[in-house]
Design a protein around this ligand. Sequence first.
Ligand code: SDX
Length: 465
Amino acid sequence: MLTGGPNGTTWERGADRGSGDGSIHTEEDMADSGTGKGNTLSVRDNRTGREYEIEIHDGDVIRAMDLRQIKVEDDDFGMMSYDPSYMNTASTRSRVTEIDGSRGILRYRGYPIEELAQKGTFLEVAYLLLKGELPTRKELDDFVHQVTYHTYIHQNITKLLDGFRYDAHAMGIMISSVAALSTFYPEAKQIDDPKVRWEQILRIVAKMPTLAAFAYRHHRGLPYVYPVNDFSYTGNFLHMLFKIGVRDYEPNSVLERALNILFILHADHEQNCSATAMRVIGSSQSDPYSALSGAMAALYGPLHGGANEAVLRMLTEIGDVKNIPDFMDSVKRGERRLMGFGHRVYKAYDPRASIIKDTAHEVFSVTGKNPLLDIALELEKIALQEEYFVSRNLYPNVDFYSGLIYQALGFPVEMFPVLFAIPRSVGWLAQWEEMLEDKEQRIARPRQVYEGYGERGYVPLDERG
Ligand code: SDX
């Protein structure tokens, strides 16, 4: 049964999972488009001469399960779609984040990212993503209080952190320590209880900055600085990172605000690689800490959230504007990637990149300009003009300028993906909870097209060639 929703139609919870016989009909599905066949695909299987009417939903979506009715023999499995890397497959319905890649639009729960970055705070946006609505003053005060009073981590976690080498990559430390949190909160396995879920969500949102700051301090060989409840979310994070000795540390308001904006921009991005990992792991009813550590592992890759670190290494390697032509030639020869450029969805300028670029200038007014900025600006100028990049819709993405800010703030490159993971944990949790509440979702288990050997007999060891 189709009911009115954000795109004019949405599935009522508990809707038919796709009987595979293409038999889901409603008034609008039968709208006459001149063929008298309504919103359907007419499919003719030339192997059998049979014809099928496959329902089209939401304007241009078909249910893959409706293909299964297409068979040669009645006892066949039925037709499947093959889509490596899910280039053209919707894995879920969602109301969290909307991206229009051709127009460079990004909205959280309908609110444009530009407005949220300019007018909101990170915890306010976190509440929006998690609860679906902007909080009232009371709701926000209560949420901020809850998060503020969950920032401590069990002291035993510091023993886990101390076990890492001094030069251990911060993301490796974070992935391990978030997974370890699942052992401190075994009740988190009760994923069907909204109250228990919310308690874990508060803990994760609150503890990610603490874990990140402790990972940084371990890397620097500095004592841990514990959370202080007087500071804002990002102010407390800066305090735990950069306070030295007994000297008071007051976060710089420009840097505090810049970190807020960066956190808002990184909070969610619909069904990206790491959000998909969160949903897939969560679909087996794993606890949220274990699922989150898997999502962080996906984010760690240089093609995803690890790109901000790769961008800084690339800019450092280029070293000078005069080296850019040779570097770009190597990219065009396919020997390198221009890290921080390109996107699976955006075929226009990533709206986050332009906000980050503007924020960089504010940060540099406090920290001094990052000398690598000139190289970055020249790379962008060339890429936006040259046919190789233009023809492939390669624009700066969220990771191109963010690292310049992080470096100016004093972070080592190993911390860059961690600075992505902190805010993105909110998006992962919003996606995770939406998946759990979606009655159409079951454990994720794709099919395959088998190309291996047919049956063959065991060969004794001494007879193998
Ligand atoms: C994030 O999904 C999300 O929403 C992610 C994210 C989020 O918020 O969660 O936005 C965060 O991960 C941003 C992306 C960060 N990654 C990078 O900056 C790494 C560099 N970019 C790429 O590797 C690439 O653009 C991807 C991974 C982002 C997208 O890859 P696709 O969609 O699979 O595109 P592709 O690799 O198939 O490339 C298409 C063509 C290829 O050329 P041809 O084979 O057709 O000749 O474009 C080329 C690629 O070689 N290409 C690049 C390039 N990106 C793509 N060539 C040079 N430099 C690049 N950066």
